[in-house]
Design a protein around this ligand. Structure first.
Ligand code: 2P0
Length: 321
């Protein structure tokens, strides 16, 4: 039986997407800029389901009953494959799932990549982006390595700003909790759009933050990228906090990590952080500071572990038989 396996890496947004233009089509209401990371991997195997007449999804070996994120991409892709097959989809993450580590982005990007190869579809880039968005608004960014712009104004086109080797920074992912988040990004975004008094301000600032980050990355200007990334992150968490009910993904350990980041800066290390819909802190730093930063954070906080990553590449098909 033919099986196809593909891998994709998560991406972390430096200028973030939080809010949808269109919930039905899962369209983001703004542009975003991200960095793809290399040591974290979603690996997805697909093959025809000969046992059952529906799709089955297994994440880390456990069957999922909720297929709502994968059915829209699969329906879209079946228009190209003309296949009526039901599939078994087995996805493995080498990192905690659903806890603010972008597992949906890498999971969906690996599924779309595996599906395209399985049916030899030779899709256009915009068709892969469309398939990804239907599953996760941040997943198209995982189709590309390095620093990536997803442009809301240009039909969500995605382009590489710098290749993964062009600016060799490290990404240290501080795992504060492995618990799945209580409010999904999808739910949280709906609440914020409806209720946060600063949601319009958040939309209005997107263009400016995108331009600053785009130029900072092109110029490899660490200080400017730090300023805009942290400003954008703080504003997104303020939008969450001012929503009704108020949304907070941060914990005491998250805050202790942030204090330690300030201490490390005062010692002359170059680092900045971002935090997504979960308590984990992602630190972007110069590689020569990585070991000191890791040791300090492990010693001074209750962070469980730190994943040491570099900038990652695009998805890959591992085998087809
Ligand atoms: C981002 N996040 O830009 C932002 C920052 C979380 C905070 O995109 O509803 O899992 O499937 O589109 O893609 C997380 O959103 O949500 C996300 P859906 P997704 O990375």
């Amino acid at each position: 039986m033919k099986e196809t396996v593909a891998i994709a890496h998560p991406n972390f947004a430096l200028v973030k997407y939080w809010g949808k233009k269109d919930s039905k089509q899962n369209r983001p209401a703004m542009s975003s800029i991200s960095v793809t990371v290399n040591s974290m991997i979603s690996k997805t195997k697909i093959f025809k389901n000969s046992q059952s007449n529906h799709h089955q999804l297994f994440i880390n070996g456990v069957e999922e009953s909720d297929l709502s994120n994968i059915l829209p991409p699969l329906m879209y892709l079946s228009e190209f494959s003309k296949s009526e097959d039901y599939l078994v989809i087995q996805s493995q993450n080498n990192f905690p799932t659903s806890s603010g580590l972008a597992s949906s982005a890498s999971g969906i990007a690996s599924l779309v990549t595996a599906y395209e190869a399985h049916y030899d579809l030779q899709l256009e880039v915009n068709q892969k982006i469309e398939a990804c968005i239907l599953g996760s608004g941040s997943a198209p960014r995982s189709l590309i390595g390095g620093f990536v712009l997803m442009d809301y104004k240009n039909n969500y086109s995605c382009r590489q700003i710098l290749e993964e080797t062009e600016w060799p920074l490290d990404v240290l992912i501080c795992i504060v909790s492995k618990e799945p988040k209580k409010i999904s990004s999808r739910e949280g975004m709906l609440i914020s759009k409806k209720t946060s008094p600063i949601y319009q301000n958040w939309l209005d600032v997107n263009d400016r933050h995108i331009n600053i980050a785009l130029n900072a990355i092109k110029e490899k200007n660490f200080a400017r990228l730090k300023n805009v990334t942290e400003k954008n992150c703080k504003l997104m968490h303020e939008v969450m906090k001012t929503s009704k009910p108020s949304i907070s993904y941060l914990t005491e350990v998250t805050h202790s990590c942030l204090s330690e980041i300030e201490n490390l800066r005062s010692l002359g290390h170059k680092l900045f952080y971002t935090i997504d819909a979960g308590p984990q802190v992602k630190i972007i730093c110069e590689p020569q500071s990585s070991e000191t930063i890791k040791n300090r954070i492990i010693d001074a906080t209750d962070v469980i572990e730190i994943i040491h990553a570099g900038i990652g590449g695009s998805p890959k098909v591992l085998n087809e038989n």
